[in-house]
Design a protein around this ligand. Structure first.
Ligand code: GLU
Length: 696
């Protein structure tokens, strides 16, 4: 990742290492560029030559799951195209022109909020590439499941191999991050996946009270096309056939009333009205999908119509019971409902539609509001309780997400405030749900904390992709250590209750106990000892840090006699420190200490050589010249772990070369102790240049 991150910049970077002093980084604010834009520019200016590459920006946007043709980026991409056209030397194969600050900021200004969020990693799934890797793996696991068989009541659904084995999956987050795998661009009939949308359309037109005067909101406990109504002689809910027929009956009913003279339309008018109604439904789907137009399958429609005896029976039964509004034409409604089932889409389109629901009715890829939030809330409630045929209760229990399936093998899944997903695979189980779709959903919530109630459990064993890896480490490790160093026992108890391990350790394997001992927090040390007595061996009183030091060493080093006595009474022992006490130049200048958990994120990123995460933090305005509770800086950790690219990046960004940590050691000494000779050379050259410049 680190290498990939630097590639574009490396092309334009001269082989010579250019050293930039901290002073050079303070750019005068121009008339046009404000501090926020400046941060974004700086995060892309990897070698600090006051130029950025468009390809670096594009790679970051693509890594975030934003498409090159995302309508929310059009103006900026057009402006960058224009810059390239004007500055690209013609003829030979030129290097990509670097873009200076003013031109870059002028170009991105058109779509600055989205670009800022992408550069800062401030999207609902921050480590999107890693997340997609997991999704692809889960998809591959589900692909191996070849159980079930296709629906066979009409020939168009009764697919044979190889079509039978198709499997597609797409997702779209509420920030418009998109990813697809498998057969994601094949059109298939939506079938029952039209039911939630028709319900929303009815709600928008008539409001909740009117609609639910005609349809209940209770699971039926029976199959989706069961010839049954609730005790009020109304369909149980809008997610089964009877209810969906009723939702369909309500769509554009007001128009019909307004355009008719005596409550009925003549034949010609009715035909025009039916066509306009279907156009309207297709147009709403198109809006839900962010602009792509759905198709319509005439063969599916004709076959469905020929085999629709049960739907007709349901319709007549409801009419007999007086369930419909008075001006509804039953045949027209049944045909319309079947037309809606015969609309064809791809998983990509349906995932975007699901994301619009996840986003409260606003399509994430173009920001257009399609449905009111209340409409979507009602729809998701009923998808949760009734969307998966006779398996709805089981799905709500084990998967815990609103979803709707259809007999074509589609499942539309909504993760509220996070994303929409769609799977399509024609093999169905005994309930009529896609076997692979259910298989994938199970794997998804087994691994990721997406079940509706996963949020209740604090830090569960499941992965939370809404938090970046470095932030997770900072929140769950450094916050506890920092609280220990300050003696905040209440904060520590709170963290522990949320699942953080008392024995957690940071990038230098420093633990809360080390810091409590170093900072003289005797009550924290006592707390550890009590917990050890209660929990037995689960708590280690002599953990070793990067240098072999134990908490007792910290207590000795800082002359905390009470803690020395306390630890020694309870089994504390000295480590075999690879640095002698005070051997470093302890009067050296430490870097300013941490102000927020961003410092810890930065140091974790540096220790992993994760330039992508570092660049994001720079875009957020995080200083690279900061230190943690041990006065350790990003440069110390990059040097200790031998990440040459990261060390080079930090130097180019002008960080101070020789900050001293708690023990007086510099990054160069870190690199030496760990035998990273290339890093040592790089740091030595850097220090040498600084000295010679100072002499000049
Ligand atoms: N057109 C089908 C019907 O109404 C839809 C079936 C489904 O997907 O549940 O019978």
């Amino acid at each position: 990742m680190a290498a990939g991150e630097m590639t574009g910049a490396t092309e334009k970077r001269s082989a010579e290492l250019k050293v930039v002093s901290g002073r050079d980084l303070r750019h005068d604010r121009t008339q046009f560029t404000d501090a926020r834009e400046e941060r974004l520019f700086r995060s892309l200016d990897l070698d600090n030559d006051q130029r950025v590459l468009r390809s670096d920006l594009e790679r970051i946007l693509a890594d975030m799951g934003l498409r090159r043709d995302d309508p929310r980026l059009t103006e900026s991409m057009t402006a960058l195209d224009a810059y390239r056209a004007a500055h690209q030397p013609p003829a030979e194969e030129p290097p990509e022109p670097g873009i200076p600050r003013d031109s870059f900021c002028t170009a991105i200004r058109h779509n600055i909020l989205l670009i800022e969020r992408a550069l800062q990693g401030d999207m609902v799934i921050p480590d999107f590439g890693e997340f997609c890797g997991r999704i692809d793996r889960l998809f591959a696991e589900s692909l191996a499941n070849r159980n079930g068989k296709a629906a066979d009541y009409i020939p168009q659904l009764d697919l044979k191999e190889p079509e039978l084995d198709r499997f597609g999956l797409s997702l779209c987050t509420i920030d418009g991050q998109r990813h697809s795998v498998g057969d994601h661009d094949i059109f298939f009939p939506v079938e029952s996946a039209c039911k939630p949308v028709n319900y929303c359309l009815a709600l928008e037109e008539h409001g909740e009270d009117v609609v639910h005067g005609f349809i209940g909101h209770e699971p039926s406990g029976a199959t989706f096309n069961e010839l049954t109504l609730n005790k009020h002689k109304r369909p149980h809910n809008p997610m089964i056939n009877a209810g969906a027929i009723m939702s369909s009956a309500l769509i554009k009913l007001k128009d019909k009333r307004e355009n008719s003279r005596d409550g009925t339309l003549n034949a010609l008018e009715a035909r025009g009205w039916s066509g306009a109604r279907f156009d309207y439904v297709v147009e709403r789907w198109q809006a839900l999908c962010g602009g792509e137009k759905p198709r319509f399958s005439t063969p599916v429609y004709l076959s469905e119509l020929e085999t629709a005896d049960r739907n007709f029976a349901l319709g007549y039964h409801m009419r007999e019971q007086g369930a419909f509004p008075p001006d509804v034409d039953l045949h027209d409604v049944l045909e319309f409902y079947i037309q809606c089932c015969s609309i064809e889409m791809t998983t990509e389109m349906l995932a975007t539609a699901a994301a619009t629901l996840a986003n409260g009715g606003i399509c994430p890829v173009n920001g257009v509001r399609v449905f009111n939030t209340e409409t979507v809330q009602n729809c998701l409630s009923l998808m949760s309780s009734c969307g998966m045929y006779d398996y709805s209760g089981e799905f709500a229990f084990s998967i815990g997400l609103p979803a709707k399936s259809g007999v074509s093998g589609v499942i539309m899944i909504v993760i509220p405030n996070v994303m929409g997903l769609c799977t399509w695979s024609p093999r169905l189980d005994e309930h009529g749900n896609s076997v692979r779709g259910i298989d994938f959903s199970r794997r998804l919530v087994d691994e990721l904390n997406f079940h509706n109630y996963d949020n209740l459990t604090g830090r569960s064993r499941k992965h939370d992709p809404r938090i970046s890896r470095v932030r997770m480490q900072a929140i769950h490790v450094n916050e506890l250590i920092w609280a220990a160093s300050k003696g905040d026992l209440g904060a520590m108890r709170d963290q522990l209750m949320r699942g953080t391990e008392l024995s957690c350790a940071d990038y230098d394997r420093r633990t809360p106990l080390h810091l409590a001992a170093a900072e003289g927090q005797a009550h924290i040390v006592e707390f550890y000892i009590e917990r050890k007595v209660e929990d037995g061996a689960a708590i280690e009183l002599n953990p070793r840090d990067r240098w072999g030091g134990t908490p007792l060493d910290d207590a000795y080093l800082h002359g905390n006699k009470a803690i020395v006595a306390l630890l020694e009474r309870n089994g504390g022992c000295r480590g075999n420190l690879s640095h002698a006490e005070g051997a470093g130049d302890s009067v050296g200048a430490p870097a300013p200490q941490a102000e927020s958990h961003k410092t810890a994120e930065l140091i974790w990123a540096a220790s992993a050589g994760d330039l992508k995460a570092i660049r994001r933090l720079v875009a957020q305005g995080t200083s690279l010249d900061i230190a943690d509770y041990d006065a350790r800086t990003p440069l110390h950790l990059a040097a200790a772990e031998g990440h040459l690219d990261t060390v080079r990046y930090l130097i180019l960004q002008g960080v101070r070369a020789g900050p001293r940590d708690r023990w007086g050691y510099t990054p160069m000494q870190d690199a030496e102790r760990h035998g990273h000779t290339e890093v040592v050379d790089l740091l030595a050259r850097h220090a040498g240049r600084r000295k010679s410049r100072r002499r000049q």
